[in-house]
Write a protein that binds this ligand. Structure first.
Ligand code: NDP
Length: 451
């Protein structure tokens, strides 16, 4: 249900942004939560504040030409959506995936604005990417693509303007190539312009681990509210990229038994518990498909591979589910299977991985549900810590950085829980995250006047 005045705002968004279903979905979810806020604080409807929050400050679309290993010219499309800079420079990752389009980048930038607000740090929201597919491309091709992408992007970013980071398809290698090209074009060693850099280029310890660790810290705090913990729990993590791998690592450190992971080719189950070193070898070193895990492990009881399209990773019974691949990967049907299999908690490592039907199903069944904009905020929070280290030309230890991350995740958890309670919906982390994030952005925008 959505308040009448907010429905008018939503109608405008739908009309102004046709053919962008993910963006519509993200806006609808936030507006659905704001009914309780405008009931208490009708002044938030003044000065088109909510309409302005739904409209990106700037959208940049550009051509990315590059030459492949065969000497053929390839063309991709690049995007950067600078959504909201009320709280600080735009901040948010860059995604390289063939599915990328302006609607997906807008949904991600919109989510990012509230997520960044929730961290309590001085960062605005943005997102970028390209429909380039790095899979199967040589290092040289990836480098030439990144250099061409940055040749245009560098005009629009800067440590006080917009600070991109990684996302799907963009890890340390790609950030390195982009930072190299930025430095060359600007003749400035401006370390604070990108985060997720290598350690010797001004990167932060624990940044790589931060999103997965952060989600696990959030879920641990949420489990704690019902006197539960990861200890002895069966855990399923979808994806096997940056967020998934470090969710597996931390869930195991907390005593959980992770029994399944996936990629776009399918999922593997290992009833004995996923062997983390083997998973890292397959994904971080060999950049291979997930079934190679089983080839390297050899014959083993309770270990098998299911091809994409022949089953869902959410068919695997578990106590804790951590969707960490991509948007709308967990459907209402999957959620009903998980509920029937007695899942107790869901922590979204990815952005908007659960469909609206899935979220409703979890909440109606009393499953503890942590939405991505709160649960996966550890990545961007640690990026902000990287910016702090760059600004002070300092480099913190792993322990110091991780303990800041743990503290930030605990604060985000408590803020969401407290806000949900204050607005009459205890335990509803979706409502808590949306309202707490919104209020911070809205208050800051109001101070700045109509801009
Ligand atoms: P990676 O590229 O490192 O890994 C993505 C993983 O998800 C891969 O295993 C990939 O499989 C799988 N995947 C991607 N798209 C699809 C798809 N359409 N269908 C099935 N599987 C898919 O990305 P990250 O781990 O960085 O990002 C994962 C999610 O977490 C995204 O939603 C991202 O926005 C979010 N996130 C990431 C943050 C970060 O710090 N990196 C911060 C906050 C959120 P394959 O290789 O086969 O494509």
């Amino acid at each position: 249900m959505i308040d009448d005045k907010l429905q008018t705002v939503l109608d405008q968004v739908l009309q102004r942004n046709p053919g962008e279903p993910e963006f519509h979905q993200a806006v609808r979810e936030v507006l659905e939560s704001l009914g309780r806020v405008v009931a208490k604080r009708p002044d938030y409807l003044d000065q088109a504040l909510i309409e302005r929050i739904c409209e990106p400050e700037r959208q940049i679309i550009f051509r990315v030409p590059w030459v492949d290993d065969k000497g053929q010219v390839q063309i991709n499309r690049g995007f950067r959506v600078q959504f909201n800079s009320a709280l600080g420079p735009y901040k948010g990752g860059i995604r390289f995936h063939p599915s990328v389009n302006i609607g997906i980048i807008k949904f991600l930038g919109f989510e990012q604005t509230f997520k960044n607000a929730l961290t309590g740090m001085p960062i605005g929201g943005g997102k970028g990417g390209s429909d380039f597919d790095p899979r199967g491309r040589s290092d040289g091709e990836v480098m030439r693509f990144c250099q061409s992408f940055m040749t245009e992007l560098h005009r629009h970013i800067g440590e006080y303007t917009d600070v991109p980071a990684g996302d799907i398809g963009v890890g340390g290698r790609e950030i390195g190539y982009m930072f190299g090209q930025y430095k060359r074009l600007t003749n400035r060693y401006e370390a604070g312009v990108l985060t997720g850099k290598a350690l010797f280029n001004g990167g932060s310890r624990a940044r790589k681990e931060a999103t997965g660790y952060g989600n696990t810290y959030f879920v641990q705090a949420m489990l704690g509210t019902r006197n539960e913990s990861f200890d002895g729990k069966k855990v399923v993590v979808s994806g096997s990229g940056n967020v998934a791998i470090y969710s597996v690592e931390k869930a195991q450190a907390f005593g959980g038994k992770v029994i399944a992971v996936s990629d776009s080719s399918g999922y593997i189950v290992d009833e004995a518990g996923i062997e983390l070193d083997l998973l890292k070898q397959v994904k971080e070193v060999r950049r291979a498909r997930i079934d190679e895990y089983l080839q390297l492990k050899g014959e083993s009881r309770g270990a098998y591979f299911i091809k994409a399209g022949e089953g869902s990773i959410w068919d695997v019974p578990c106590d804790v589910a951590m969707p960490s691949a991509t948007q709308n990967e967990l459907t209402g049907h999957d959620a009903r299977t998980l509920v029937a299999n007695k899942v107790i908690a869901v922590g979204e490592g990815a952005n908007m991985p659960s469909t609206p039907d899935a979220v409703r199903t979890f909440q109606a069944a009393g499953v503890m549900f942590a939405p991505g904009k709160a649960a996966n905020a550890g990545g961007v929070a640690t990026s902000a810590l990287e910016m702090q280290q760059n600004a002070s030309r300092d480099s913190w230890s792993f322990e110091q950085t991780e303990s800041r991350l743990a503290e930030i995740m605990r604060t985000i958890h408590d803020t969401c829980a407290r806000t949900a309670e204050e607005y009459g919906a205890p335990g509803d982390y979706v409502l808590g995250a949306n309202i707490a994030g919104f209020v911070r952005v809205a208050e800051s925008m109001r101070e700045l006047g109509v801009i």
